[in-house]
Design a protein around this ligand. Structure first.
Ligand code: MG
Length: 227
């Protein structure tokens, strides 16, 4: 019984990877690089995107695919920056998926003006577990972890931290008010993903956002990696 369940999960992930590869091929053809942005709920993905879009990305034309269970609050927030924003809801009437998968992103492709953008930032559904398991066709993964979440998170959710190519440590303006041990967090991060770059950021004040912007510009100008 248990073995059957494991097989079903493996098949579902295989099917997802096949569609993710097709998405990547479509994005490559359009000359669009894709970054999958992940975090727990409330870590500050949308606020970070607001600061990034406000500041611009050094000539790189961004677009955003907003993943949420319900509603378009985040897409509405970002629409004032005059970049293409497409909302994708995972609620199909049964409570809603906790992550975006490759098929959902594929369904949004016709709504995305790929010829108007160089970099598509996919804001995934807030969750530290499931989004890490499902590729959507991205070239790179970035995650946001806020200092209010505790320094143990890399050890408790290793896949998410291990597959990220940039870890944004957000809400550093709150550090004076918290017991969060930044050195211990960074040591835990190093244990699960040795050498991964990190950026210390306050999306609220804008501190450190330039480093994230630079990383995204680099990701947008990267040659496509082999799928
Ligand atoms: Mg959001």
């Amino acid at each position: 019984m248990h073995r059957t369940k494991v097989k079903v999960v493996e098949d579902a992930l295989d099917a997802n990877n096949t569609i993710a590869t097709a998405n990547r091929a479509d994005f490559d053809r359009a000359g669009v690089r894709v970054v999958n942005l992940m975090s727990a709920p409330g870590a500050g993905k949308t606020t970070l995107l607001e600061r990034l879009l406000e500041g611009g990305l050094d000539g790189v034309r961004p677009g955003v695919l907003e993943g949420d269970v319900q509603g378009s609050m985040d897409a509405d927030r970002l629409s004032v920056y005059h970049v293409p924003v497409t909302q994708l809801n995972t609620d199909s009437g049964f409570g809603g998926e906790c992550h975006l998968d490759a098929n959902m992103v594929r369904s949004a492709l016709p709504a995305l003006p790929l010829d108007e953008i160089d970099l598509l930032i996919v804001e995934n559904v807030g969750n530290l577990v499931c989004p890490a398991e499902f590729r959507v066709g991205e070239d790179a993964r970035a995650m946001v972890c806020s200092v209010t979440e505790g320094e143990d998170k890399p050890l408790k959710y290793p896949l998410m931290f291990r597959t990220a190519e940039l870890v944004v440590v957000n809400k550093i303006d709150l550090l004076p008010h918290l017991d969060f041990d930044l050195d211990r967090f960074l040591a835990n991060l190093e244990k699960v993903n040795p050498g991964v770059p990190h950026a210390l950021v306050s999306a609220r004040t804008g501190e450190g956002v330039a480093a994230v912007s630079d990383w995204l510009v680099g990701a947008a100008r990267r040659e496509p990696a082999a799928a």
